[in-house]
Each structure stands twice: as C-alpha cells, then as structure tokens.
Design a protein around this ligand. Sequence first.
Ligand SMILES: NC(=O)c1ccc[n+]([C@@H]2O[C@H](COP(=O)([O-])OP(=O)(O)OC[C@H]3O[C@@H](n4cnc5c(N)ncnc54)[C@H](OP(=O)(O)O)[C@@H]3O)[C@@H](O)[C@H]2O)c1
Length: 293
Amino acid sequence: MNIGFVGLGAMGELIVPRLMAAGHKVTGWNRTRAKAEPLIAQGMAFAATPREVAQASEIVFSIVTDSPAVKSVALGADGVIAGLPKGGIYIDMSTIEPDVSREIAAQFVKVGLTMLDGPLSGSPVTVKAGNASVMIGGDEAAFERAKPVLLAIGPKVTRIGGNGLACQMKIAVNLLLMVEVICFGEAVALAEKGGVSREAAVDAILKSVAASPVLGYRGPFILEGKMPEVPLADVTLQQKDMVLALNLGRKLGSPVPLAAAANEIMNACRGLGIDANDFVVAHQVYRKLGGQS
Ligand SMILES: NC(=O)c1ccc[n+]([C@@H]2O[C@H](COP(=O)([O-])OP(=O)(O)OC[C@H]3O[C@@H](n4cnc5c(N)ncnc54)[C@H](OP(=O)(O)O)[C@@H]3O)[C@@H](O)[C@H]2O)c1
C-alpha cells in the first residue's frame, strides 16, 4: 500500500522501516528534515508538507509530541486533512488528550474522511523488537481495513472502542507503567539503604514475581554507568503523560493518587536537573531523599 508517515522522531524513525520491510511504499515528512535523511537513504520518499504526504497515500500515520503538534500536522491548509484522498484513513499514534483527538476526528468527518486514534504502547526498544501493541479508537470498518498495515508495526492490535477511547486507554496503561518504573526506583533505593548492592537488588526484582517487560529492559539502566545516552523517554515526555492522567482523573472524577505521587518524583527530577535522562533516573531522587549519594 501507499503509506504516509508524519513525525520521524524516536518512535517514527523505527516504525517506518517496519512498514517498508512489510512491502509498503512510504512517503514521510518531519518538521526537521535532517532527521529524515537515514530513512530517505533506506528508500522512503520525502514530501514537503503533511498535505503532500497525504496526497500520495491511502493510509497516513502521525506520531508527534503532543496535542498542539497533532493539530498542526492534521488540520489546516498544509495538514493531512487537506491532502487525504476520499476513502483514505488518517491514524494518529501520538499520546494526547482524548478530547483533542475526538475534536480532530470530527473535523475529518465533516469533510467525509476518517481519523482513528492509534496510540502505541511500547518504547523504541519494543518497536524495534516488533513487540509494540497498538490500540485503536474509531470506525470499525476503517480499523479492519487498516489492520494488516498495523500488524506490520506490532503483533498486538486491538480496537478499544469509539474515537478517543484508545487515547484514554493509552493514558491508563501509561499511568500503570510510570508508577511501576518509579516504584522500582523506590524499591531499589530502599534495598540499597539497608546494605543490598544495587546489582543484587535489580537482579532480585527482575527474578521476582514483580518483574515485568518494562522493568526487564529499563531496570538495568540504573546500574552504574548504564543510563542510555539517548533516553527511551525522558522525564519531560513521560511527565506529559502523567499530566494527561491527572487531568483525565479530574475530568472523569476518578482519583489517581499514585499518579500524583509519581508526578512529584518527576518534579524532583526537574529540580535536581536530571530530567534530560530516561525517567528511570527517578531512582536517584529516592537515593538523595534517603541520604544516599
Ligand atoms: N518514546 C516512547 O517510549 C513512546 C512510546 C509510546 C508513545 N510515545 C508517544 O509518541 C509521540 C512521539 O514520541 P517520540 O518518542 O517519537 O518523541 P520525539 O523523539 O521527541 O519526537 C517528537 C516528534 O514530534 C515532532 N514535533 C513536535 N512538535 C511538532 C510540531 N509542532 N509540529 C510538527 N512536528 C512536531 C518532532 O519534530 P522535530 O524532529 O522537528 O522536532 C518529532 O518528529 C509522543 O506523543 C509520545 O508520548 C512515545
């Protein structure tokens, strides 16, 4: 199929090669063109605007930072909406407010087009390994048409419900993930303070029933010198999702006290100036609070 791809950051740059490997012709766009060069060298066509990406495509994906970024690539004269042919499908994979995703989908419906929200659970590591899961919100027939393409991105593809509900589910999944990773830092710091070596603490947790895929690939980063140079997701990016969870809890009247507590640890990461790291760096906050170096 002719596939369009908007947003070639840490996630997009790994999803596009998977689509091309599955035999799709991909036309891409990124605000900063330099980031697209490696993909152009691998055979991706580059278009001047998201509109031109859409003109060349049957299905267009986007994965950009936040709600304003999605609005700017989806709507307007140079947006996906202005170029998508009749029958085309737009799937936004960014993690954004469910209401904003619904508003954008409504704009597409107004001009006879279809938008699905398709947030992705997984990090660059899981995408590369082919283990990412995609949740879809929106029209069921469009989902069925897009499913073979989605399966090239990851093996677990699920329609959650109507527009916005996949975004809502993604926020709930990320709440769980973020609390888990931050609590991991709390547990390791506690064990260390009592005299267990960091290596032994990480190893014991990863061998315990509390182990999980995200702790399996992220946990070892807190060992001495192992923090990744390019974060899988830095504190700022993850805190965006925490704030989405806090706002959704407030809007729906569903309490999220553990997200609130984890968000405070993220604030401490900022205060300590360690927020450019992957958010597993939260472990250092607990060490400092407990008087460890
Ligand atoms: N990293 C993860 O583990 C992960 C996992 C699942 C979901 N997500 C979600 O996926 C989305 C992208 O994450 P990422 O890790 O790929 O982030 P990233 O590496 O920081 O890339 C962000 C992308 O968004 C683009 N962008 C930002 N603002 C824009 C704007 N106003 N107009 C046009 N493009 C804009 C950037 O363009 P430039 O290159 O020009 O800056 C870049 O292509 C986020 O919503 C994130 O929450 C991330």
